[in-house]
Design a binder for this molecule. Structure first.
Ligand code: DQA
Length: 143
């Protein structure tokens, strides 16, 4: 399968930002973990990160042209207010799982709303970096 992982703003700062919330593993650890898992299971994977809303929208649209089989997206703070990212997700008929490292429901009120989740197949929240691996298992039919 052809998988695309999209990480939004500040996720490149994993291991640096708010370690009590996001853990001590850095972004490179996440990338390596997902690449190794995909390789071991015989899947193609592209892992993309951007702090820019437009670049994330472009990447979602690109998944239509490149015929990705599944998208794993952590839109970061765009989750809570980006109708543009939401519309881009709704535009592509590809299974999509939204992942949040932290349990957004235990945090500030503004994090309780996801405008992007209704455009996704499902959502995994609060399971740390393992949430990405679980999303991959769902998309590949392993789980
Ligand atoms: C996050 C939660 C968001 O509220 C926050 O803005 C992030 C990370 C998470 O993975 O827990 O940047 O998406």
């Amino acid at each position: 399968m052809k998988l695309l992982v999209i990480n939004g703003p500040n996720l490149n700062f994993l291991g640096i930002r708010e370690k009590g919330i996001y853990g001590t593993e850095d972004y490179e650890y996440l990338v390596t973990m997902l690449e190794n898992k995909a390789k071991a299971e015989g899947h193609e994977i592209e892992i993309f990160q951007s702090n820019c809303e437009g670049a994330i929208i472009d990447k979602i649209q690109e998944a239509y042209h490149t015929k990705a089989d599944g998208i794993i997206i952590n839109p970061g703070a765009f989750t809570h207010y980006s109708y543009a990212v939401r519309d881009a997700l709704a535009s592509v008929e590809i299974p999509k799982i939204e992942v949040h490292i932290s349990n957004v429901h235990k945090r500030e009120e503004f994090r309780h709303t996801s405008v992007t989740a209704p455009a996704c197949t499902g959502q995994i929240v609060g399971l740390g970096l393992k949430g990405y691996a679980l999303a991959m298992d769902y998309l590949t039919g392993k789980a």
